[in-house]
Design a binder for this molecule. Structure first.
Ligand SMILES: Nc1ncnc2c1ncn2[C@@H]1O[C@H](COP(=O)(O)OP(=O)(O)OP(=O)(O)O)[C@@H](O)[C@H]1O
Length: 267
């Protein structure tokens, strides 16, 4: 264990995950390896069914691998979860409908404080809500918010716990393009401030390029990693970056890798 700076935030080694038995067995992940440094923003992209969510669930400790190992800052995902080192933002925000935005984002902080689980100073939630553009919504109920505002609330709540690792499973997929772009910007601001390691599953090539330090490309049948592409674009990554040739070049590169992933032979 693990606060040493040379310990990976996430280390996945030779992981295999199989669903079902016998002739109906489905290899969701086969010999998957991945090493993510602390503080990195890493996206996972790949065709439907290539095992992106399965990989996230293994890192979150929600399922065990059949073979191989997963470590989060040097400990097992289960230990990392127990120590509140892992945050998870699902596709649809699971907010408590009877609590205001502020209470929704503060609740788990309070619970953790009562249980003395916080290792780091928690951020000021009111300030984070303002930063995420939710300043006028702090006393509203989730039902009074748009889908984008609800998702922003869920993201602020997750960051507010100061997890060492934040796992996000297509958090913007249900949103329109414009809302999505503005949420990307706010997500990058929060990430920049809180320096959490983020693993972000997406189907959007431009989203992956804009947000990430690295993009992991996966292929299906069996689910596996076929490429890890480093994105060297400068930060901060404002909207103007989306129009640059460098950005388009990286989008094309990732699209080529994705096309290749469909036909990549199984090693
Ligand atoms: N609980 C389960 N039981 C049986 N099969 C499963 C289960 N979860 C996932 N699978 C199968 O494992 C494979 C990988 O699924 P997974 O959801 O991880 O893919 P994905 O890349 O996240 O897909 P998508 O982009 O469509 O969300 C799929 O073939 C899926 O049908």
């Amino acid at each position: 264990m693990s606060d040493g700076s040379n310990v990976a935030a996430i280390e996945v080694r030779d992981v295999r995950r199989v669903y079902g038995l016998g002739a109906s067995a489905m290899v969701a992940l086969d010999r998957v390896g991945l090493s993510i440094e602390p503080g990195r923003f890493v996206s996972i992209i790949g065709p439907s069914g290539c095992g992106k969510s399965t990989l996230l669930r293994l890192v979150a400790g929600l399922e065990p691998p059949a073979e191989g190992t997963v470590r989060v800052h040097g400990v097992s995902p289960e230990e990392a979860c127990a120590a509140k080192m892992i945050g998870l933002v699902p596709q649809t925000p699971a907010l408590l409908p009877w609590l205001s935005v502020l209470k929704n984002v503060s609740l788990s902080q309070k619970v953790n404080r009562a249980a003395k689980l916080h290792r780091r100073d928690p951020p000021d939630m009111l300030e984070l809500l303002h930063k995420a553009g939710l300043g006028e919504a702090v006393h509203k109920l989730p039902s009074e918010l748009s889908g984008g505002m609800q998702q922003r609330t869920a993201i602020v709540r997750a960051f507010g716990l100061r997890p060492a690792v934040l796992l996000m499973d297509e958090p913007f997929s249900a949103l329109d393009e414009f809302t999505r772009e503005s949420l990307q910007e706010q997500l990058l601001d929060l990430w920049d401030e809180l320096k959490t390691t983020v693993v972000f599953v997406t189907h959007s090539v431009s989203e992956a390029v804009r947000l990430s330090d690295q993009i992991v490309v996966m292929a299906p049948k069996p689910g596996r990693v076929t490429d890890v592409v480093t994105v060297g674009l400068p930060r901060p990554r404002g909207r103007e970056l989306l129009k640059t040739p460098e950005f388009h070049h990286l989008e094309d590169l990732i699209r080529d890798k994705l096309r290749g992933a469909w036909h990549a032979p199984v090693a």
